[in-house]
Design a binder for this molecule. Structure first.
Ligand code: ATP
Ligand code: LTN
Length: 328
């Protein structure tokens, strides 16, 4: 039987190069050899207060982007988390297998609390349990995500193992899968932070839908390190990040790029990098714009079909879990 993948992205804003390199590009490669479930995790996005019109727009936009990047294989199921109620049902059950201390250790939770001091809600805390439910419901073998999510996958494995030990084998233990290069793309205006949708300024990220002028401006404005050599290294986080992006998108190794720009300043390097990003993102942007001309149509066909296919599989697992627990 073909192995299965599940992954998800929050509809919490414009997708950026970090999401593309860390997650979407991996999905593109894997879609041909796995049965794929790609979720729009709208319940996760709600852990930060959302405006309903923006949330709906972001759901449509994310569905369109999943297609625009090329997630079109027959075995790809794209669906919205809130359409499949088994996710929240299983999350409740799993929460009774999760210890407070385990959630208190999650670094994403600690970071988010700092960002949202006035809305430190319980959902932010239990966020990883819902994520575990997303994954375990589909008996996923592999979860391709950025490095920031590794800790959540480890917790998911722990919960699955705990349940299986007490009640008998139900859940498949999922493996974390990271991009070989670029699993953690850093912010352009602060290379000590990861590139993020919820950044305070737009200078930190390049959105997949940014137009060429904006992309070039953002790259020109990206912070650099002291010294002028184009060289990767521990004490050069900014240029290492830019070289990583260049390398992934051009297929040239970082060592080759260092050779290519030996003795040259940042100016030429940044212009070339800007061009590489523009060329890589152009087909995505045009496919996305075309799909967004009729988002209602897209939602109806893609997400309705996706939800139906996801429900079938989700219900099988939930029934097994409920049977084991004695509530069916
Ligand atoms: P937010 O800032 O709203 O928390 P985000 O930008 O971190 O959002 P998510 O929707 O949480 O984006 O993540 C979607 C996928 O992209 C996940 O697999 C995540 O690990 C990956 N990802 C996010 N940021 C980066 C990054 N900077 N580098 C590599 N992968 C990333
Ligand atoms: N927690 C992830 C988003 C997410 C996810 C998932 C990723 C929710 N459910 C299931 C992979 C599998 C994030 O914040 N990036």
């Amino acid at each position: 039987m073909q192995q299965r993948i599940l992954s998800g992205i929050q509809p919490s804003g414009a997708l950026h190069l970090g999401n593309y390199i860390g997650a979407l590009r991996q999905w593109l490669d894997l879609q041909h050899s796995y049965q794929c479930y790609f979720c729009i995790v709208d319940y996760h996005a709600m852990t930060v207060r959302q405006n309903p019109d923006d949330l709906l727009h972001n759901i449509y936009a994310l569905a369109a982007l999943y297609r625009a990047v090329g997630l079109t294989a027959k075995n790809v199921v794209v669906f919205k988390q809130s359409d499949v109620s088994a996710h929240t049902e299983l999350a409740w059950i799993l929460s009774t297998f999760t210890y407070m201390g385990e959630l208190e250790r999650m670094t994403q939770y600690k970071d988010k609390v700092k960002q949202h001091k006035k809305n430190n809600n319980v959902g932010l805390f239990t966020y990883p349990v819902l994520m575990a439910a997303d994954i375990l419901l589909y008996q996923a073998n592999l979860v391709p995500v950025g490095e920031d999510q590794k800790q959540h996958i480890e917790l998911t494995r722990q919960l699955a193992e705990r349940f299986n030990t007490i009640y008998g084998e139900v859940f498949t233990l999922p493996e974390y899968f990271a991009a070989p290069q670029g699993a953690r793309i850093m912010s352009l205006d602060d290379p000590t932070k990861k590139m993020s949708k919820s950044a305070t300024t737009e200078w930190g990220y390049i959105a997949l839908t940014d137009n060429p002028d904006v992309i070039m401006k953002k790259i020109k404005k990206a912070v650099t390190d002291s010294g002028s050599e184009i060289r990767a290294g521990k004490n050069k986080p900014a240029i290492t990040n830019l070289l990583t992006i260049y390398s992934v998108l051009s297929g040239k190794s970082v060592t080759d790029l260092e050779q290519l720009y030996l003795g040259q300043g940042y100016g030429k390097f940044k212009t070339d990098l800007g061009e590489v990003i523009i060329t890589s993102l152009e087909p995505i942007r045009s496919a996305y714009n075309e799909l967004m001309e009729d988002p209602e149509q897209l939602i109806q066909s893609l997400l309705a079909d996706g939800a139906n296919r996801a429900r079938v599989l989700g219900d099988v697992t939930l029934t097994q879990v409920k049977t084991k627990l004695g509530v069916l």
